[in-house]
Design a protein around this ligand. Structure first.
Ligand code: AMP
Length: 371
């Protein structure tokens, strides 16, 4: 059996590693011959907008999935004429555009920050009147890791940011700036037969728009109520678009309520802890879901944590020396702001997890070159 994966980044690489354990082969399509997934499956180097090697890519595939949501909708639609593509084109359409996803959340009764579209510079005053200040102006499509967005505190800043981001040429969205208590995410999986499973909620810390650390199960009081709430929200989205595979939804937690910020129709960085901290990882469960296999157990094995390695990584020998830390490097070239690996921590107690995460972070600081 061969599964096709659009994209060959680190998420593809980790999908490929999970697939190998199931005896499933993976064929990736990526624009780069250096794609991190190249060592865990076959790699077809091609252009997603104007593919030339599509017949080679699809030959013998059982189905297709993707590891980044910016894959062109036209390609997914073309592939879905002859092959099953999971998650399906509708889920992708909703998740590719911040206005679509926030509109979907609202329609399903899932709270969000106030939002308004900005289709041209003239829309800025009305959008601000709706969302208030401070606000966050974002591109509706193709943003990631905090790119394509600006925090604005005045009307003048908003007009300048909208112009800078391409108002009029590129569709934008204005969002109320949320003073959240913390950020959390839920990773859910739905199988082709409609069964669902959810991992424990994960607490995420971002800096400069990039995920730095995750902790699960959710530390602090009220976790059980938040878990029920997040699962109820996620279940609605999964059912609405007849979703198949892993879906991540990121929320702002504020005074015990959850505001949905965005969803990713794929395996997600905030679920990397599941490789070492859950009996069945998000990567294996994505494969199980899309292949119609029974879903695997999603409970946490202990207190789990994850530290992203961004820009560069400390010497492997130093990370490997930390008891309780599991190193995952993506075979990428160092570059400021780039996710090049992560370290998972799985500990018998939250206190022990914190000790190990601190030891990892000390090494990251010591290595110095990391941004
Ligand atoms: P996003 O690309 O929407 O996931 O945004 C990246 C990060 O920027 C989020 O994880 C938050 O830390 C921050 N952020 C984004 N939107 C907002 C908002 N409306 N209010 C406050 N913080 C935000």
């Amino acid at each position: 059996m061969i599964v096709g994966v659009l994209g060959g980044g680190q998420l593809g690489r980790m999908l490929g590693l999970a697939a190998a354990n199931l005896g499933v082969r993976v064929r990736f399509m990526d624009t780069s011959a250096e794609a991190p997934a190249r060592h865990v499956g076959e790699l077809i180097v091609d252009d997603f907008d104007r593919p030339r090697r599509l017949s080679e890519f699809v030959r013998g595939l059982s189905l297709v999935t993707y590891e980044f949501e910016n894959v062109p909708a036209a390609l997914v639609e073309r592939l879905s004429r002859t092959l099953k593509v999971y998650p399906g084109p509708e889920a992708l359409r909703q998740a590719q555009d911040r206005l679509n996803e926030k509109t979907l959340f609202s329609r399903l009764g899932i709270p969000t920050a106030r939002f308004a579209p900005i289709d041209g510079p003239g829309d800025v005053p009305a959008a601000l009147a709706h969302v208030g200040l401070p606000a966050v102006i974002k591109t509706r499509r193709l943003g990631y890791d905090g790119k394509g967005q600006a925090l604005v505190r005045t009307t003048g800043q908003a007009a300048a940011a909208a112009a800078e981001l391409g108002a009029g040429r590129i569709p934008l969205i204005a969002e109320q700036f949320v003073r959240f208590d913390r950020e959390v995410s839920v990773i859910g999986v739905r199988s082709a037969d409609g069964s669902t499973a959810f991992y424990p909620l994960t607490e995420n810390v971002h800096a400069a728009g990039i995920l730095r650390t995750s902790r699960a199960p959710l530390p602090g009081r009220g976790a059980a109520a938040l878990q029920r709430l997040a699962e109820r929200h996620a279940r609605r989205v999964l059912a609405e678009v007849e979703y198949v595979g892993v879906l991540a939804i990121e929320f702002f937690e504020r005074a015990g309520s959850l505001l949905a910020n965005e969803m990713a129709p794929r395996v997600h960085n905030s679920g990397h802890w599941t490789i070492d901290g859950a009996a069945c990882s998000q990567f294996e469960n994505h494969l199980r879901g899309i292949l119609g296999l029974p879903l695997g157990p999603t409970g946490a094995l202990g207190a789990a944590g994850m530290v992203n390695l961004i820009g560069d990584w400390p010497p492997l020998a130093r990370l490997a020396a930390i008891d309780g830390a599991r190193v995952h490097l993506y075979d990428k070239q160092p570059r400021p702001g780039r996710k090049v690996g992560h370290v998972n921590v799985s500990a018998p107690s939250a206190a022990q997890r914190e000790r190990v995460m601190r030891a990892v972070e000390r090494e990251v600081r010591r290595a110095g070159r990391i941004s």
